[in-house]
Write a protein that binds this ligand. Structure first.
Ligand code: 5GP
Length: 169
């Protein structure tokens, strides 16, 4: 396996600052629930919150795909601690790829009666999309490659890389 630089750390941090400013403006006078989808989005979520100038509630969710299934059925392995009923909610993802995971999650969370649900993702890979997902805030669009670093793993490795790298055979 070789790693090739795709997005350097300076660009990541600059873009996250811009996203934080935009979300702060959009949610002025509100207190959204930020739902970090574990584990990949943890690094992004923490850095994003450092640039928010609004109050917010941070919560975490964890899901796993049923092995061998590409139907988009996922299992929630850790649910939210907070009730999002009548709350503005922002889902924070590391990467939206096929959209199957977020599609499932959005359907699930909409049944809980939030005021709004928006999606914020660091990376968006539109060419691999199967399910149409409304992406409200995105850091970068990437081509059809497998990326690691800045929270994203390959078999639990590479999460701690500061840059986003393409993993190649
Ligand atoms: P989706 O359901 O949109 O296909 O996939 C979403 C999840 O798959 C992401 O949250 C991420 O955990 C994983 N994933 C998709 N593409 C990549 C990738 O290029 N690199 C890594 N490390 N994980 C990915």
């Amino acid at each position: 396996m070789r790693e090739r630089l795709l997005i350097p750390r300076e660009d990541i941090l600059r873009r996250i600052e811009e996203l934080g400013d935009k979300i702060s403006r959009d949610y002025m006078d509100k207190e959204p629930v930020l739902v970090c989808i574990l584990k990949g989005a943890a690094y992004f979520t923490v850095d994003l919150t450092r640039h928010l100038k609004i109050p917010f509630i941070l919560d975490f969710m964890s899901m796993s795909k049923y092995s061998g299934s590409d139907s988009g059925v996922v299992r929630i392995t850790k649910d939210l601690d907070i009730d999002i009923y009548e709350r503005d909610t922002i889902l924070i993802e590391d990467i939206v790829d096929t959209g199957l995971t977020l599609g499932y999650l959005l359907r699930n969370l909409r049944t809980r009666g939030p005021i709004s649900i928006k999606v914020c993702t660091l990376l968006d890979c539109p060419v691999r999309r199967i399910v149409d997902i409304p992406v409200d805030y995105k850091g970068f669009e990437i081509p059809d490659v497998y990326v690691v670093g800045y929270g994203l793993d390959y078999r639990e490795r590479y999460r701690n890389l500061l840059d986003i790298m393409v993993l190649e055979e």
